[in-house]
Design a protein around this ligand. Sequence first.
Ligand code: NDP
Length: 445
Amino acid sequence: MQVQLERVLEQVLARNPGEREFHQAVTEVFESLGPVLERNPQYVDAAVLERLCEPERQIIFRVPWVDDAGQVRINRGFRVEFNSALGPFKGGLRFHPSVYLGIVKFLGFEQVFKNSLTGMPIGGAKGGSDFDPRGRSAGEVMRFCQSFMTELYRHIGEYTDVPAGDIGVGGREIGWLFGQYKRITNRYESGVITGKGVTWGGSLVRTEATGYGTVLFAERMLATRGLGLDGMRVVVSGSGNVAIHAIEKAQALGGHVVACSDSLGYVVDEAGIDLEVLRQVRDVERLPVEQYAARRSGAHYVPSARVWQVDAQVALPCATQNELDETDVKRLVESGLLAVAEGANMPTTPEAVALLQSAGVLYAPGKAANAGGVATSALEMQQNASRDAWSFEHTEERLAGIMARIHDSCAETAEEYGDPGNYVLGANIAGFTKVADAMLALGVV
Ligand code: NDP
């Protein structure tokens, strides 16, 4: 790593102690930026890197709520508004017990580059809480959402900061968050949050967009080697929003999806995952994925283990950060892995990424491959601003065009910087350059 970059990285690590995931995300980006700084010393002069690593604003707040037994509970809420050089802050909310400042900052930092790659006018942010929705009644989750928004509402707005969903925050929670925002402000400000239901300001395709986009990216990446998903053996981790729609699109393109998972274990169904059963178990009944195996003859469940024990030609990690490690990759490569496209954020450990790259496996980092979700959120904002509602076909066509452009911009940038096929380098440089230029244009702010 270049001296300049090393110096800034050291500062970032020292100024943000204990934030392991944030350190990992910054290090990964910095490892790509050496050649850009050589060509553009103006970025160094204007301290663009130092500014990029310091969020514009970080909000931490108490979220009190009352459970069904009448007991008062306290959680911690976060919103990290990372960078607004390209547009209003934009990024999801995560409700999961593992959430702390380091996770929110890693996600917010990644979001800055991802949003830049979409080509849409959106800055980067992320938020959430250490609230665990699992095992909570609908009433408890609603009261939590209302309390969370009672603080958050003063920080957001269609020209300021536009949250969305992430782990633990789906359409149901977005409804309760928006309902409370509307109640407090007395404004039907649709553009303040995305992922809304289609009958009250949401966009068609938004729910599907992250999973669909990830698979579209994988398909285009495979095409660079004259391959396609048709007939490929596919393994997906997770069974939430991103995973389910990745499975749907992979199947639509002829992929044979044989396994998926949740935080408790994984299921294998050699006949191919039956999406109707999976949706019933996960979306409708909100049960662990184990129930899928109980309802499908021929399928089996493996508890307390990672889905990467199942052979795959295409792996789509769609659950959480650092869920695919070196040991998993070694095994998958030996059994014929051809491509990895990340639906989740930073699911592959740095050692595993290095191994994938040295083994010549096609590898698409999340900030490029899963950008379809936020891109379609920006399309939702466009529809809200013009009080319009586009058809599914039109919106999906827009998504496909955006994913193709992101893929091509990463591939072209990697080539321009002398490392063709390195999508990590391409995504980091293409994402960074646009934000850095905007920061230069806006002065020292
Ligand atoms: P969901 O809450 O809908 O689903 C998350 C899935 O991942 C569940 O199957 C969950 O299992 C599993 N999971 C969560 N935490 C862990 C863990 N620690 N170990 C193993 N499995 C885990 O979330 P999404 O599908 O929306 O998000 C999945 C990933 O995609 C995240 O990394 C998110 O940041 C990323 N992403 C999401 C976007 C979106 O539009 N929703 C946009 C871009 C990226 P369980 O139910 O047992 O907890």
